[in-house]
Design a protein around this ligand. Structure first.
Ligand code: NAD
Length: 517
């Protein structure tokens, strides 16, 4: 195979005036196309229904980014049939042929990168850097899985047995349902679709109702890349119409889900039931929430720590599954660290994503209300030292002030529950031992980190801190495809490790054939 070696898509430097001007131009171009209608895609056909779901700009909810067709039971039936029909052929394509189709899809998306970024700015309220990183990650997933799939065409290593040939090979599984969240609206959608498809499965993808337009744009690229009709089918619409029905469908062989714990565990439970006519056990890949913590001990370099805290807690408004939401600081350096953290956090500008503000609006009214409920309860759980409410001057959208609540007890809701907004709880620890105990005391185990100069503690953290992605002496967000395979422990999920070497194997089953001569 002659693909060039995998390398991560470079990030754009927006301090370069030419890059900034190009971004503004892309925003202008896309602004002229807002409000359009986007169809479902079933078996390669564009399908509309008589119900339309609006997608709103979080920074200006009067702006309709687009309207997507709302699928129902008929469209589910058609999409599952289309995916089943396409599977017969796609599953037999040689691995390199499928890989080429994905590399071509990546090339098409790379050519439209700025356009994708601009749509993300409007649909998800991502500032330029966050949109650029998300689109880069989507391209990375395609390139990485295309290359990783090639090795899976080879038989697995087994031992010989006299007088026999034994061979174990991997094969695809069937039709999968892919359910991504809204926060990495393109990267997770593309990654969770591309992996099963790379190894011969076909899928029905159901994006979040908060960010469905980007999926329509992706499907344009899928068509241009020449993937056979029915390999990737798109159903948009309401969770109540689509979620349970797709999970329960007797043809659904696996569910590739990323989202919150309540939805993920519901899917897990429903998928366990064998439906009439179903002849397999459904497989679920469930990547869920976090209550991600950073420990800063008394040996830490405090400027480095403060930079890491502010970047991890407030980039994309704390709406990353990896976002820092618990700062665990050893008492001795608490005041010195907080002074530095506050000084940096006060400088964050809150405003529109199109204007490239540091902190923008949160995704929906529902999420705004949920975060506000936590903020209202915050004064009973600690000292609100920054923010604490709506950012009224930032614009008409769902803006929340970057908020820091100090001296929160380790067992308070703010220190245990995922808020998913720009809200940081600070918990004091007596010493490093106590900090480790607090770190591990929650139900989640997604990301986390330690800022320390102590070699002994760094080594202990490597084994003792319960996080699927642990970062030492840096920020705890921004995992790179192929570099930092991503996925958590405990209630954070099934540890699929997206962007890692074992991921594709999850969408395959192995067959062993023995012939005695
Ligand atoms: P969510 O659980 O509300 O929704 C996730 C997806 O599930 C969406 O597509 C939604 O439409 C769909 N859904 C809703 N009800 C459903 C049902 N009954 N059956 C099937 N699907 C249903 O989560 P969200 O608000 O979209 O995303 C934020 C959450 O995702 C946070 O908890 C965050 O930590 C988590 N997340 C985790 C990772 C990770 O890799 N672990 C990555 C990103 C986000």
């Amino acid at each position: 195979m002659a693909f060039e070696p995998f390398r991560n898509e470079p990030f754009t430097d927006f301090t370069d005036e030419a890059a900034a001007a190009a971004y503004r131009q892309a925003l202008n171009d896309v602004r002229g196309r807002l409000g359009g209608r986007w169809p479902l895609v079933i078996g390669g056909e564009r399908v509309t229904t008589d119900r339309w779901l609006p997608s709103l700009d979080p920074c200006d909810p009067d702006t309709v980014v687009g309207e997507v067709a709302m699928a129902g039971a008929d469209e589910i039936e058609r999409a599952m049939e289309a995916a089943t029909a396409a599977y017969a052929d796609w599953s037999r394509w040689p691995m390199p042929s499928r890989a080429r189709a994905l590399v071509r899809l990546a090339a098409i998306m790379r050519r439209r990168k700025l356009e994708f970024c601009a749509w993300e700015t409007f649909e998800a309220g991502k500032n330029w850097r966050e949109a650029d990183a998300d689109v880069a990650e989507a391209i990375d997933f395609l390139e990485y899985y295309a290359r990783e799939s090639l090795a899976l065409a080879e038989p697995l290593a087994t031992h010989h047995w006299q007088g026999e040939e034994n061979i174990t090979t991997l094969q695809p599984m069937g039709v999968g349902v892919v359910i991504p969240p809204w926060n990495f609206l393109l990267a997770i959608l593309v990654g969770t679709v591309a992996a099963p498809v790379a190894v011969g499965n076909t899928v029905v993808v159901k994006p979040s109702p908060a960010t469905p337009v980007i999926a329509g744009l992706f499907m344009e690229c899928v068509e241009e890349a020449g993937l056979p009709p029915g390999v990737i089918n798109l159903l948009t619409g309401a969770d109540a119409d689509l979620g349970d029905a797709l999970v329960d469908d007797r043809r659904t062989r696996f569910i590739n889900f990323t989202g919150s714990v309540p939805t993920g565990t519901r899917i897990h439970e429903r998928a366990a039931k064998v439906q009439e006519g179903q002849r397999f056990v459904k497989r679920t890949m469930l990547e869920m929430g976090g209550k991600d913590a950073l420990i800063v001990d008394e040996t830490a370099e405090l400027d480095l720590a403060a930079d890491a805290v502010v970047a991890s807690a407030f980039s994309f408004n704390g709406q990353k599954c990896s976002a820092l939401s618990r700062l665990i600081v050893v008492d001795e350096v608490h005041d010195a660290l907080m002074e530095r953290v506050l000084e940096r956090a006060r400088r964050l500008q809150v405003g529109s994503a199109a204007e490239n503000a540091d902190v923008t609006a949160v995704i929906t009214q529902r999420q705004f209300d949920r975060i506000t409920t936590y903020l209202e309860a915050a004064p009973e759980q600690g000292r609100v030292v920054l923010g604490g409410g709506r950012a009224k001057d930032a614009g008409p959208g769902w803006f929340i002030q970057p908020t820091i609540v100090d001296d929160v007890a380790a067992d308070a809701p703010l220190a245990r529950e995922e808020v998913f907004g720009p809200v940081l709880a600070v918990v004091r620890a007596r010493d490093f031992e106590h900090a480790v105990e607090i770190f591990n005391s929650v139900d989640y185990g997604l990301t986390g980190g330690l800022i320390s100069r102590s070699r002994e503690r760094i080594e202990r953290a490597r084994s003792e801190l319960e996080a699927g992605n642990l970062y030492i002496n840096r920020k705890i967000t921004g995992a790179l495809v192929g570099v930092q395979p991503f996925g958590g422990f405990k209630l954070s999920g099934t540890n699929s490790k997206a962007g890692g070497p074992d991921y594709l194997r999850l969408f395959m089953e192995a067959k062993t054939v023995t012939e005695r001569f």
